[in-house]
Design a protein around this ligand. Structure first.
Ligand code: ZN
Length: 138
């Protein structure tokens, strides 16, 4: 363990994983609409079956670091009881998901064994929303 602090420039982008069950899918749809109307992000497709390290159905929201200061608090206030995992994307996906993530709502299990400990930091990808509602910035 070194004394040097990690620099936030390690973070290439973030993901928010928005989890749902059949009973809460409507809430997840509503939140997805809210996000798309307000934030320049990449909305991932619906995964109704478990995928990768995730233990519940979910969709992913990929976003650049400049969106985090407004999107993260928006999710805190509007998650409607859904569990949301927010993790940075650095060169260590396992650490990103398990050690360095934040949760909104109830914390769920993450299958760490399928996450590599090294990898190229993932960028947010192409934005696929066209926000029309201006969001306050902190
Ligand atoms: Zn992710």
């Amino acid at each position: 363990m070194t004394d040097a602090a990690r620099n936030i420039s390690e973070i290439a982008s973030y993901h928010a994983h928005i989890y749902f069950e059949p009973e809460t899918r409507a809430a997840a749809e509503r939140l997805r609409g809210f996000i798309g109307e307000r934030f320049p992000v990449r909305l991932g497709r619906w995964h109704d079956a478990k995928i990768g390290p995730h233990d519940q159905s979910m969709y992913q929201v990929a976003f650049n670091t400049d969106v985090a200061p407004s999107l993260v608090p928006f999710l805190m206030l509007n998650h409607a009881g859904l569990s949301i995992l927010i993790h940075p994307n650095t060169d260590n996906p396992r650490r990103d998901h398990i050690i360095d993530a934040i949760w909104i709502g109830r914390r769920l299990h993450i299958h760490a064994d399928v996450l590599p400990e090294t990898g190229a930091p993932e960028d947010a990808g192409e934005i696929n929303t066209q926000p029309t509602i201006l969001q306050d910035t902190p």
